[in-house]
Design a protein around this ligand. Structure first.
Ligand SMILES: Cc1cc2nc3c(=O)[nH]c(=O)nc-3n(C[C@H](O)[C@H](O)[C@H](O)COP(=O)(O)OP(=O)(O)OC[C@H]3O[C@@H](n4cnc5c(N)ncnc54)[C@H](O)[C@@H]3O)c2cc1C
Length: 488
């Protein structure tokens, strides 16, 4: 049961976003009374759980979707890749500060150096990858990127993927500074510290309604058979896929027209020590036609609870749940007059995506295994098991009377700054720091203007364009590598 009935800020959801926001605010203004409510019996059991996401520290080192090819055959633009990289760098700096101050534990409990690679086949893709390499090789945040078209060289990086491969044109890039992150461990460590520092964090408390009045927000939460009424002038909705439903319930006009397009993810996984030992990389490739950016196939080294494994996927699935532990009525119940056209237009305007998803759903385990064989030609099905990861809730954004499907993360906030929530899933946990700074700016606009110095103690590159200054970029990479025990 909550200790008080009124708080300065109530955070709904026990994932990495709420944890990151609460840790920032605890440092910026320790006097704020914060309450975190999580509906499940444990924290970090939805998308932030290590097994529910791919654990990639998304820094655009290997993901082609941040740098689509230039149709004219020129150098692809590096602008978006640089922006994503800087945002991940901010997360590294935040975690490094927290390790130094003892908020977070030893870095090997949550982050590991795993090279990030891109692997492509055929002349056209090899040419694109070569031009992508040209665009990135002299960018300070991408220093050290390697490129090869030589199969014997690539085989020294990823032997499992070259063994038994028919003779064909291949190309790869490799970045030593890539990471695998256990976002579940990050979340739990942040919450452990928050609880120790006096923040109330209550599990098995589901927020069911949010109403605004002249005195602030009134939340009704269910805890077992009890219904509790709570008050706060400000609310953060970090409810993952259920954020849409709570923001709709709040009645704020800013969420009108928004919808959520849920895509579930499945992976193949092996813990066979011989295979794990022979594949030490996160290798991303090109997406199939119609596939959404988050369905780019990749073969990854993971380290969870100190145990290494390999995962391959994701295989997309279609169901109406907005959370893994959600309800099949989530999508139908989210339909409103204002978002009906956006929903319909997204379905009509993304036929290739719908076809792709239908094909994915119809894929048998054997067919999924065939996709793995494109990565690991000599794979043995007995080594791999299929498991269900988390539910991605992609944003459908109103655009005029219609809607567009977005693959990023979107902060929705009321004009008075009393409520903010997060829709979308990508690049996700990797950029939690930047996204939560955006939330703080919206809900505490006046304080934010004065908090710059304190924020910089946690995130030294806050407000600095790292890529514009090679020395600063190198210093940030080296410092975070040293504290987080990573390869620079
Ligand atoms: C298959 C997959 C792969 C991914 N891969 C990556 C990756 O490689 N790298 C990366 O950076 N990101 C990745 N992501 C995205 C990343 O996992 C998410 O962006 C991130 O975890 C979202 O954190 P969150 O705190 O917003 O949500 P969540 O972790 O989902 O937490 C939301 C919490 O709110 C709770 N909640 C919901 N409704 C209520 C309510 N009414 N009352 C109380 N509590 C409530 C939920 O139970 C949940 O615990 C991936 C996601 C998926 C699904």
């Amino acid at each position: 049961m909550p200790k008080r009935s009124d708080y300065d800020l109530i955070l709904v959801g026990g994932g990495i976003m709420s944890a990151t926001l609460a840790v920032f605010l605890r440092h910026l203004n320790p006097k704020l009374n914060l309450l975190v409510l999580e509906r499940l019996p444990e924290l970090a059991m939805e998308s932030s759980n290590a097994w529910n996401n791919a654990g990639t520290g998304h820094a655009a080192l290997c993901e082609l979707n941040y740098m689509p090819d230039d149709p004219a055959g020129g150098l692809p633009s590096a602008t978006k890749a640089i922006a994503i990289n800087q945002q991940f760098q901010e997360s590294r700096e935040f975690w490094a500060s927290l390790v130094e101050s003892g908020v977070m534990k030893s870095p090997d409990t949550f982050i590991h150096s795993i090279p990030h690679m891109t692997f492509v086949r055929g002349d056209k893709q090899a040419d694109y990858l070569a031009r992508r390499f040209q665009s990135l090789r002299n960018q300070p945040l991408f220093a050290g990127m390697e490129f090869s078209k030589d199969p014997s060289k690539i085989a020294t990086w990823i032997p499992l993927m070259l063994e038994g491969r028919a003779e064909e044109v291949v190309a790869a890039t490799r970045m030593e500074q890539g990471t695998d992150v256990d976002y579940g461990a990050v979340t739990r460590q942040l919450f452990d510290w928050l609880i120790d520092s006096g923040v109330e964090v209550l599990t098995s408390h589901e927020v069911q309604s949010l109403k605004h009045s002249f005195s602030g927000w009134q939340l009704i939460a269910r805890a077992g058979k009890q219904r509790i009424s709570l008050k706060a002038p400000k609310v953060f909705v970090g409810a993952g896929g259920w954020a849409l439903k709570l923001l709709q319930n709040s009645g704020i006009k800013e969420v009108k027209g928004y919808g959520t397009f849920p895509v579930s993810g499945h992976f193949l996984k092996t813990e066979n020590p011989t295979l794990v030992q022979r594949h030490q990389a996160k290798v991303y490739s090109q997406a199939a036609v119609g596939a959404p950016p988050m369905s780019v196939p990749h073969l990854d080294t993971r380290v969870i609870d100190g145990k290494p494994s390999l995962l391959f996927g994701p295989f997309a699935g279609l169901n109406f749940k907005f959370l893994k532990h959600g309800s099949i009525f989530d999508l139908p119940l989210s339909i409103r007059f204002a978002n009906l056209l956006p929903y319909l237009s997204v379905a009509a305007g993304n036929i290739s995506l719908v076809v792709y998803l239908v094909k994915e759903i119809l894929k048998s385990k054997k067919q999924k295994f065939e996709s793995l064989k494109e990565f690991v030609p000599l794979a043995n099905s007995g080594d791999w098991e299929l498991y269900e990861a988390g539910q991605r809730a992609q944003v459908i954004k109103p655009s005029g009377a219609f809607g567009s499907l977005e693959f990023g993360t979107e902060v929705i906030s009321s004009s008075d700054g009393s409520i903010a929530g997060l829709l979308g899933a990508s690049p996700g946990a990797s950029v939690a720091v930047r996204v939560m700074l955006d939330v703080i700016k919206r809900i505490y606009p006046e304080d934010f203007a004065n908090w710059g110095g304190e924020i910089q103690k946690l995130v030294p590159s806050f407000g600095v364009d790292l890529n514009a200054n090679a020395n600063l970029a190198a210093a940030s990479l080296q410092k975070t590598a040293q504290v987080l025990k990573l390869k620079a």
